[in-house]
Write a protein that binds this ligand. Structure first.
Ligand code: PEP
Ligand code: MG
Length: 755
C-alpha cells in the first residue's frame, strides 16, 4: 500500500462524518468500507460481523463481489478471517493464498488479491468481527498500516456496539454482541437469581473517539499518566498497603506497568493516529483484554488483569467522572458483577433489589461469600472474565447452587431457570413448615441445630429458621466491614443487639479471628510468606492482649446477668487456651471490682481447627467447657490445602476416611469427657456431610441459616443407630484416603433421606 492519502487522522475525521450522516445501517457501513479502501489505497475493504451463532458473515465490501454480502460466511477458526476472529490478533500477509488457513470462497472473486491485512473488531475484549483490506500485489504492510487499521476497527466496533447493525443480521442469530454465554464458576451462596447486570465498577464508556486536536489529546494522555503514577506512588509510600483492599504486590505491579514503555508507546501512537486520549487507552486496553480472555496461565492472566485495572484508572482520570455504582439507586433485580469485592461494599447495596452476585475471584470460604450467604443472595465466584463478558443491563442468571452463570440467556434457558427458582421457593416454603418441628432423628436422637452469624443482618434468621441459637458468632466481621477499628462501646453495642435478638437462645461468640486471609482494611498488614500459618487469631490475642482484653470486656458487659459462651480461634495447644482463660478471669475480676454485673453463667471453649489439638484431645476436652470444630480450617491444615486456592481446595473430600477418622476421634473424646462438641465449619450445613457427622456421634451442628431447613429435613428421616453402625464398619474397612461419599449417598438414597 503506498502511503495513505491524508493518513489515518483524515480517515478518522471522514468516518466521524459518515457516522453522523442520516442514512440506513447498510448504507453507512458501505460508505465506511469505501472510505477505508480509498484512504488506505486498498482495492478491497470488507467487514465481517460475528453473528450470535458464532458464524462470521460478510456484511459489507468494497472490491469483492457485491453478491457475496450477507451470503459469504465462515466459522470462527475457518479461513484467514476466522483465524483472526479466534486469535483476536491482526494478520498481515503478502501472499494470502499460500497461507495454510486460506480458504477460497468463489462467490467473492477474491482470487486476484494477494496481499491481505485483517484486524479483529474488538470491544471490551470481545471479538465482534473482522476488518480486512486486500491488494492485488504481493506487498508487505507496514506496522503503521496495521496500527492504522486497528484504530479504524475501533470505530467500526463502536458502530456494531450501538446495535445499529442488528437489523442486518438474521433474526434467529443477531450479532455476537448479544450472544448468550455460559460460564462455570464456583458455588458461593445457594439460590437462583434472575436479573440484570450492574457492574460494581462501571466501565467508562468512551463516546468521543476521534481527536479534534492531536497535540491537546497527547498532553491529556500524558497528564493522566502522570497523575495515575503519582497516586500509585502515594499509596505505596503511605505504607497503607491494605488501602482499598490493595496489597503492596499489586501496587508494585501497577507502578511497574505505569512506567512500561511498550504500553505507553502503544497508547501514544494510537493518539497520534487520530484518537482521543481515552479512545487510545481503550484501544490498547481492548487488545490487552482480548489477550486476557485467551490466556490460560493464571499468573499471566493476573498480570493482564493488573494492566486492565491500570487502564481503567487512566480512563477514570480522563473521563473524570465518579464512576462508583449508585449503590442506593439500584435497578430492580440487580445482579452485581465484579472482579472482586469486600464484604462492606456488598452491604452498601440496597438489599431489597439484589438478586445475585457474580465475582471473578472469591472462594467459598471467603468473607464476601459468607456475607452473601448471610444476606441470602445467590452468588457464584471464580467466573472467568465475568466483567469483560457483560455489559450493564444485560440479562443474567446466577445459579448459586451449581456455581453457574448464564449471560444473556436465550428464552428457553431463562424459562428453565425461572422454573427452577419457583421450585426452590416452594421447597423453601416446606422448610419453613419445619421451623417449629423438633430436630430429632427418626430413631429419637436429638441434634441441636444452630446458625453461624456475624452481622446484624444475620440475626433475624434465628427466629426465621427456628434455630436453637447461634453456634458461631464471627466477631471479626464487624471489624472487617468497618472503615476503622470499632471502639469498645461499638463492640459492646453489637453484642447487646445480638443478645436482644437471640432472646433466651444461647450465643457462642468467637473472639477476633483476624490475620491470615482476614485482613482489616485499616490495620497495617504484616507481610508474611504464609499468612494462613502466620500471626493470626489467638496468636495476636495472646501477644498483644490489648485488643482481646477490650473485646472480652465488651462481651462480659453486654452479657450482664445472662449466660455467655466465648471461644477462641486457632488454638494449637492447651497452654494457649489456659492463657486465654486467665485473660478472661482477669477481666471478670476487674469488672466485678468496679461493680459491673457479670454474666450469670460463663462457659469458655476452643475452636478445634489446628490438627495439633487432635493429639491433646483428652486434656483439651477436660479443660474446655465445650469445643467447636472449625472444619474449614481443620481440612485446610490436615490435608495441607489452601482453602482459598481452587486448584487444591477441592482435592480432598471431607467425607474421606482420614478426615472422618479425625472427627470420630474428637466425637469419642468429647463424649467421654462430657464436653459438648459442635461442628461449625461449612460441612455442618451440607445435608450429606451433616448426616455423616450425626452418624459419627456429633449432636450439635452450627451452619449458615439457609442450611437449617435442608439439614433438619435430612435428620427427620435418618436412623442414627443404623447409620452409626454403617460408618464404623466402613471406616474399619476403608483403605488409605478412600472417600465414603458414595456409600453414604447410597445409604441416604435407599433410606429415603433427602440430602
Ligand atoms: C472454620 O475454620 O471451620 C470456621 C468455622 O471458621 P472460619 O471459617 O471463620 O475460619
Ligand atoms: Mg477457622
Amino acid at each position: 500500500m503506498p502511503s495513505a492519502p491524508g493518513g489515518p487522522r483524515l480517515l478518522l475525521r471522514r468516518l466521524r462524518e459518515i457516522m453522523a450522516e442520516p442514512v440506513g445501517a447498510q448504507d453507512r457501513l458501505d460508505r465506511i468500507v469505501t472510505q477505508i479502501a480509498a484512504n488506505m489505497v486498498a482495492e478491497v475493504c470488507s467487514v465481517y460481523v460475528m453473528r450470535g451463532d458464532g458464524v462470521l458473515e460478510l456484511f459489507a465490501t468494497e472490491g469483492l463481489k457485491r453478491e457475496a454480502v450477507h451470503l459469504t460466511t465462515m466459522r470462527s477458526g475457518e479461513g484467514l478471517v476466522g483465524l483472526i476472529a479466534s486469535t483476536a490478533e491482526p494478520l498481515a500477509l503478502s501472499d494470502a493464498q499460500s497461507h495454510p488457513s486460506f480458504s477460497y470462497k468463489p462467490e467473492t472473486g477474491e482470487e486476484i488479491y494477494h496481499a491481505f491485512l485483517g484486524v479483529p473488531l474488538l470491544r471490551a475484549g470481545n471479538t465482534l468481527g473482522v476488518l480486512v483490506v486486500q491488494n492485488r500485489t504481493y506487498r508487505v504492510y507496514t506496522e503503521e498500516e496495521v496500527e492504522a487499521l486497528q484504530t479504524t476497527a475501533m470505530v467500526v466496533a463502536e458502530m456494531l456496539a450501538t446495535g445499529e447493525l442488528q437489523a442486518l443480521a438474521p433474526v434467529e442469530t443477531g450479532i455476537a454482541l448479544r450472544r448468550p454465554v455460559y460460564q462455570k464458576g464456583v458455588a458461593l451462596a445457594d439460590g437462583v437469581g434472575l436479573g440484570y447486570v450492574v457492574l460494581h465498577e462501571p466501565r467508562v464508556v468512551v463516546k468521543n473517539l476521534i481527536a479534534e486536536n492531536v497535540e491537546a489529546e497527547l498532553s491529556r494522555l500524558e497528564s493522566a499518566i502522570a497523575e495515575v503514577r503519582l497516586s500509585i506512588d502515594e499509596l505505596i509510600e503511605r505504607g497503607d498497603v491494605a488501602h482499598h483492599g490493595e496489597h503492596r504486590e499489586v501496587l508494585e505491579t501497577f507502578r511497574m506497568f505505569a512506567h512500561d514503555q511498550g504500553w505507553l508507546r502503544r497508547m501514544r501512537e494510537a493518539v497520534t493516529s487520530g484518537l482521543t486520549a481515552e479512545a487510545a487507552v481503550e484501544r490498547v486496553q481492548s487488545d490487552n483484554r482480548a489477550r486476557m480472555l485467551r490466556q490460560t496461565d493464571p499468573y499471566l492472566r493476573e498480570r493482564l488483569h493488573d494492566l486492565d485495572d491500570l487502564a481503567n484508572r487512566l480512563l477514570h482520570r480522563l473521563v473524570g467522572r465518579n464512576l462508583v455504582a449508585e449503590r442506593s439507586h439500584l435497578p430492580e433485580n440487580a445482579i452485581i458483577v465484579a472482579r472482586s469485592m469486600g464484604p462492606a461494599a456488598l452491604l452498601d447495596y440496597d438489599r431489597s433489589r439484589l438478586r445475585g452476585l457474580v465475582l471473578e475471584e472469591g472462594g467459598p470460604t471467603s468473607h464476601i461469600a459468607i456475607v452473601a450467604r448471610a444476606l441470602g443472595i445467590p452468588a457464584v465466584g471464580e467466573v472467568p472474565n465475568a466483567t469483560s463478558l457483560t455489559e450493564p443491563g444485560d440479562a443474567i442468571i446466577v445459579d448459586g447452587a451449581a456455581g453457574e452463570v448464564q449471560i444473556r440467556p436465550n428464552p428457553d434457558v431463562e424459562a428453565a431457570y425461572a422454573e427452577k427458582a419457583r421450585l426452590r421457593a416452594r421447597r423453601q416454603e416446606q422448610y419453613l413448615k419445619l421451623r417449629d418441628v423438633p430436630s430429632v432423628s427418626k430413631d429419637g436422637v436429638e441434634v441441636t441445630l444452630q446458625i453461624n452469624a456475624g452481622l446484624v443482618v444475620d440475626l433475624p434468621h434465628i427466629a426465621e429458621t427456628g434455630a436453637a441459637g447461634v453456634g458461631l458468632f464471627r466477631t471479626e466481621l464487624q471489624f472487617m466491614i468497618a472503615e476503622r477499628m470499632p471502639s469498645a462501646s461499638e463492640q459492646q453495642a453489637l453484642y447487646s443487639t445480638v443478645f436482644a435478638e437471640a432472646g433466651d437462645r444461647p450465643v457462642t461468640f468467637r473472639t477476633l479471628d483476624i490475620g491470615g486471609d482476614k485482613i482489616l482494611p485499616y490495620m497495617q498488614a504484616v507481610e508474611e510468606e504464609n499468612p494462613a500459618l502466620g500471626w493470626r487469631a489467638i496468636r495476636i490475642g495472646l501477644d498483644r492482649p490489648g485488643l482481646l482484653r477490650a473485646q472480652i470486656r465488651a462481651l462480659l458487659k453486654a452479657a450482664a446477668g445472662r449466660p455467655l459462651k466465648i471461644m477462641f480461634p486457632m488454638v494449637a495447644t492447651c497452654d494457649e487456651f489456659e492463657r486465654a482463660k486467665q485473660i478472661v478471669e482477669r477481666e471478670k475480676t476487674h469488672l466485678a471490682n468496679h461493680g459491673h454485673p457479670l454474666p450469670c453463667d460463663l462457659k469458655l471453649g476452643v475452636m478445634l481447627e489446628v490438627p495439633s489439638l487432635l493429639f491433646q484431645l483428652k486434656e483439651i476436652c477436660e479443660s474446655a467447657d465445650f469445643i467447636s470444630l472449625g472444619t474449614n480450617d481443620l481440612m485446610q491444615f490436615l490435608f495441607a490445602i489452601d482453602r482459598e486456592n481452587r486448584r487444591v481446595a477441592d482435592r480432598f473430600d471431607p467425607l474421606s476416611a482420614p478426615m472422618l477418622r479425625a472427627l470420630e476421634m474428637v466425637a469419642e473424646h468429647a463424649q467421654a469427657a462430657g464436653c459438648q462438641a459442635t461442628v461449625c465449619g461449612e460441612i455442618g450445613g451440607r445435608p450429606l456431610e451433616a448426616m455423616a457427622l450425626v452418624g459419627l456421634g456429633f449432636r450439635s451442628l452450627s451452619m449458615s441459616p439457609a442450611a437449617i431447613g435442608p439439614v433438619k429435613a435430612m435428620l427427620l428421616e435418618t436412623n442414627v443407630a443404623e447409620l452409626n453402625a454403617l460408618i464404623r464398619e466402613e471406616l474399619k474397612n476403608a483403605g488409605g484416603g478412600e472417600t465414603l461419599r458414595p456409600r453414604l449417598a447410597h445409604f441416604a438414597e435407599t433410606h429415603g433421606i433427602p440430602v
